[in-house]
Design a protein around this ligand. Sequence first.
Ligand SMILES: [Zn+2]
Length: 299
Amino acid sequence: VKILGSSGALPAYNRHPTSLIVNQNERLFMVDCGEGTQMRLADFDVKKGKINHIFISHLHGDHYFGLLGLVMSYTLLNRTSTLHLYGPPQLDDMLNMHIGPWRNEMPYKLEFHPTQALKVETLFEDDQLTVETILLDHRIPTTGFLFKEKLLPRKMIKEKIDLYNIPFIEIPKIKAGADYILENGEVIYNNELTTSPKAPKSFAYCSDTAFNPPMFQQIRDADLLYHEATFTEDQEEAAQKKYHSTTKQAALTAKEINAQKLIIGHFSAKYKDLNPLLQEAIEYFPNTHLAVEGTEFHV
Ligand SMILES: [Zn+2]
C-alpha cells in the first residue's frame, strides 16, 4: 500500500488530500483521489497506466476532486484499456457534467459501478482477490473498502510430475489437495507432491468515519488496517460532531479487530507535527504507523 495523500479536508504542511495505491501482484488499485493525486503519482513514480480500478469512498471533495484531471489525462495519453470507477451514484452525474459531451469519444471506456452505503457489496472479484465495501459512519453515505486475497491452490512440485509420471489431467485435483495413487496401489500423499500457497492477505481501508464498531466483524484479523485519525484524543467531541475519529479510536479499532498493523491518516490541518498523534495511538496499539506520503507499507 503506497500513500499518496494523507491530509484531512485542507492540504497542509505539504500534506495532500487523501489517496493511496494498493499493489496486489503488480496490479494497481487506487483508493480515493483527492486534489492533485496525479501529481503525486508522478512524484512517487507510480505508473498511472497500470491503474485499472479506482474506488471512491464518498463525495467530500478531499476524496475525489483529483479524479477529473486524471480522467482527462488518460484521454490525452490515449489510454485504451477500460477504467473501472466505483463510487456513490452521484459521482457519475458529476463526471457527466464535465465530460459528458465527449465521454463516448474518449479513447478508453470509463465504466462506472455505483456503490451504496446500506449493505455490504462485493465490488470486484477475480481468481486472486475480492474487494468489498465496508459501511462507515460519516456525515454523508460513505464506504470503506476491504481487499481480500483468495487462498490460491497448492503449488505442484514439478520434479514430482516426472518422478511419478503424473498425467496432466490429474494435476488440478492434486493442486486442490488430492493424493495420487500409483498403478501398483501405492498412495503418494499430497504434501509430498505440493507446497503450500502463500497465506492470503487482507487490507481494510476505513476513511472517513467516526468510531464504528458495527464494521468490526467484517474486518476482523485484517493484516493491514488504514483508519483515519483526524484528531488527537482531546478533540473527541469535535471528532464526534464531524463524524471523524481520534487517534485513540483508530488504535482501539485496530486492537479490537486484531489487526497486524495500523496506518493512521487523514490528519487535520491543525497539526503541524504528527508525532503526538502517533504516540497517542501507540499507547493503545503499538504497531501503528503514520500515513507519510510516499511511504509503502508491505502486507
Ligand atoms: Zn469526509
